[in-house]
Design a protein around this ligand. Structure first.
Ligand code: GDP
Ligand code: MG
Length: 695
């Protein structure tokens, strides 16, 4: 008993209407059968209602009264929709046996929750519930009273409102049903209606029919083409397959032609089936209306051909009661679960709200606790790489993100110098890269020419090397600066994020804490910039490494020198030479500088071997510097700076913590109210849960 499909089968099955179809109108339950004779004055319907369902419906109605839907918990609801004047109110009238405001134009301007309750008492009792009021009324006054209540809710005139009005009808013989009648859909505002009336009404209707828990009772006039009905378009938007839509076709008496064909063709996909009815016309009594309806479907040449399981108000009542039982049974366990979940979450949240602080000492303690837990969070995300507090927030996984930043920094450094970029790929393919290889050794040769002096030829002046080194260092010097800028901006963001989370209950602290964090990061950033400048300057002015790799690489690179020289010196040999790391090099241009090529090559290979070391040093040192700075920040500086900011003479001071922020007070009150409501709701369902699963 857990799907609407099942509900549909149940409703469509012949047994659902056994014994009632051919009869005039009345579905009579065992206990009411003896009242049959007297029931002439009752409403025209007596439901064969499963007594077990009644308490469940009562519980759902009580939950509705408690306004549990405000907690985001949807209730199983039969929602009546239809275009304006399609006959919605008339159908409800027929089901309830009372007179509702009815007519052409817009009558229903607020959602009307109609609770029909079969009651043995021969005197019907009617109440209107709205704006926290319960107003008793009676069958004679009901139409007027609804109009008055509507005016109170939605104002005089033609405006509409989403605030519901509840009508309780306790009456002998009515089906136990709760339904919501909604304003009819109209495209064109009539005089006195707001321009956006269509949007307003659609919004209300969508709010009611969107939840999966709603059954859509689509009221269609027999006189129209169903596929052009706005109400059909709307229900198809939220219920594509139609599995929770039931159609009631009104005015069968007015447009009997082609009706059978229309409902049989089912062009608009109504999953729960059609029921064709004839409502009360003019001043007819209900009894008369039902008798006329029965006569119509029995005797009319076209309408009498319709299956009795799809005609008449009694059939509609029976179907609705069954559908309602099904959805309530299906939804209740989920509702109970949601109530419990919500209650638990709200209580948890209430407990987490800050206690009222009474003294500076208490404030101090709370403040230190906040700082302590914030520090712990930083340690986890910035140092340890533990992300249990932010499992899904990737940007808070700082150790991983910083690692990515360092890797990117390294890549950037390595790809900066075009010549250095010669990858193994180029090398192995032995290709000549026209643009970049055309200048091979030219820089070195130029520098050599400019540093020549009167001296022995085979001494390489130190200045050559340094000049070339300085050029390379200058080329990359902005990269580490950009990196520290980016890294600290990122850390600042995350730091403030964590701090705000920890002091969300004390908004009065936020500005001081944010200021402290910003100042501190600015200081750290400056320290890093100073450090980078020193590091770059050191690389710029001096050259040293103890790493043996320098010599190894250099020797390896030098192995190609002889080949290169052979090709340069021999004008008939190939113009392309393959050189370790640099790939295929076009050497034609070097033949002009024969005397300097050998030296230039040597210098270039020294720089190349040394540059590997420099770049590695820059990446390694940056990583160590960053880790070192972060650790200091987390372990002491953060805490110290925030405390200083708070206690300095112009600081916010801890006294401010003693005043509870209005937002916290409001939050606390809201939670308390919600918890009260959920507890009441829990009590309501607690009593009926044991029967709710029975069939
Ligand atoms: P609503 O705007 O959808 O609530 O429509 P109403 O219930 O107010 O009905 C609009 C008009 O259609 C009223 O004048 C009703 O009397 C009339 N009406 C509704 N149902 C039937 C029906 O089955 N047969 C006939 N002949 N008229 C109907
Ligand atoms: Mg109406």
């Amino acid at each position: 008993m857990d799907s609407l499909i099942h509900a549909k089968e149940e409703i469509m099955s012949p047994k659902a209407v056994t014994g009632t179809a051919p009869m005039m109108n009345v579905i009579i339950s065992q206990e009411h059968r003896k009242d049959e004779e007297q029931s002439v004055h009752d409403a025209p319907i007596v439901s064969s209602y499963n007594d077990k369902i009644r308490p469940l419906l009562d519980a759902v109605d009580k939950l509705r009264h408690l306004k549990i839907m405000q907690e985001g918990i949807q209730l199983p609801t039969i929602v009546v929709v239809g275009d304006q004047s399609s006959g919605k109110s008339s159908v409800l009238e027929s089901l309830a046996g009372i007179i509702l405001p009815r007519g052409e134009g817009i009558c229903t301007r607020v959602p009307l929750i109609m609770q029909l309750q079969n009651n043995p008492n021969p005197d019907p009792k009617l109440f209107l519930v709205f704006n926290e009021k319960i107003v008793p009324t009676d069958e004679g006054k009901i139409a007027d009273d609804i109009s008055i209540a509507t005016e109170e809710i939605a104002g005089k005139g033609k405006g509409i409102s989403g605030n519901p009005l509840t009508l309780i009808v306790k009456k002998k013989g009515v089906p136990d049903l709760t339904m919501v009648d909604l304003p009819g859909i109209t495209r064109v505002p009539v005089h006195g209606q707001p321009e956006d009336i269509y949007e307003q009404i659609s919004e209300i209707i969508m709010e009611f029919i969107t939840p999966e828990e709603s059954i859509i009772l689509n009221v269609l006039s027999a006189s129209v083409d169903f596929s052009t009905c706005e109400s059909i378009r709307m229900s198809q938007r939220v219920d594509k397959t139609g599995e929770r839509t039931l159609a009631v076709v009104t005015k069968a008496d007015k447009s009997p032609e082609g009706l059978l064909e229309k409902v049989t063709a089912d062009d608009v996909k109504i999953g729960l089936g059609y029921v064709c009815v004839r409502n009360r016309i003019g001043d007819e009594s209900y009894e008369k209306a039902r008798a006329e309806e029965a006569k119509l479907f029995d005797n009319h040449p076209l309408l009498s051909r319709m299956n009795k399981s799809m005609v008449g108000i009694p059939v509609l009542a029976e179907k609705l009661v069954r559908i309602q039982a099904t959805i309530i049974r299906r939804c209740l366990p989920e509702i109970v679960r949601k109530i419990n979940d919500k209650l638990w979450a709200n209580e948890e949240e209430l407990n987490k709200l800050p206690k009222h602080l009474n003294s500076v000492a208490e404030a101090m303690m709370t403040f230190l606790l906040i700082l302590g837990s914030a520090k712990e969070s930083f340690r986890k995300i910035l140092v340890q790489g533990e992300f249990d507090e932010y499992p899904d927030a990737q940007e808070m996984h700082c150790t991983a993100r910083l690692r990515e930043m360092i890797d990117k920094y390294s890549d950037e450094l390595h790809s900066k110098n075009v010549v250095d970029k010669y990858s193994d790929e180029l090398h192995s393919k032995n290709v000549v890269d026209n643009d970049s290889n055309r200048d091979f050794l030219l820089d070195e040769i130029k520098v050599l020419e400019e540093t020549k002096s009167i001296g022995l030829p085979n001494f390489l002046p130190k200045a050559v090397f340094l000049t070339l080194l300085q050029r390379k260092v200058k080329g990359i010097s902005t990269i580490p600066l950009d990196f520290v800028e980016k890294a600290w901006n990122y850390i600042e963001d995350k730091l403030i994020c964590v701090l705000l989370r920890h002091c969300e209950n004390y908004p009065q602290l936020i500005s001081s804490i944010r200021r402290a964090a910003k100042n501190l990061i600015a200081k750290k950033k400056q320290q890093s910039i100073d450090w980078v400048n020193v590091v770059v300057e050191m690389e710029n002015l001096t050259d040293y490494t103890c790493h043996p790799e320098y010599s190894t690489t250099w020797s390896k690179l030098m192995a190609d020198q002889a080949t290169l020289m052979d090709h340069v010196n021999n004008p008939y040999s190939s113009n392309v030479v393959c050189i370790e790391r640099f790939g295929g090099i076009n050497i034609a241009h070097l033949r002009r500088f024969k005397g300097l090529v050998e030296e230039a090559y040597d210098v270039k290979m020294r720089i190349t071997a040394y540059w590997d070391i420099v770049l590695r040093r820059m990446v390694d040192n940056m990583a160590l510097h960053l880790l070192f700075s972060i650790k200091n920040l987390v372990n002491q500086e953060m805490q110290q700076n925030i405390i200083e900011e708070l206690v300095r003479p112009q600081g916010t001071g801890l006294e401010r913590m003693l005043e509870e922020s209005p937002s916290v007070t409001e939050k606390r009150n809201k939670l308390k109210k919600s918890i009260k409501l959920l507890k009441e709701s829990k009590n309501v369902v607690a009593n009926i849960m044991d029967i709710s699963f029975e069939d």
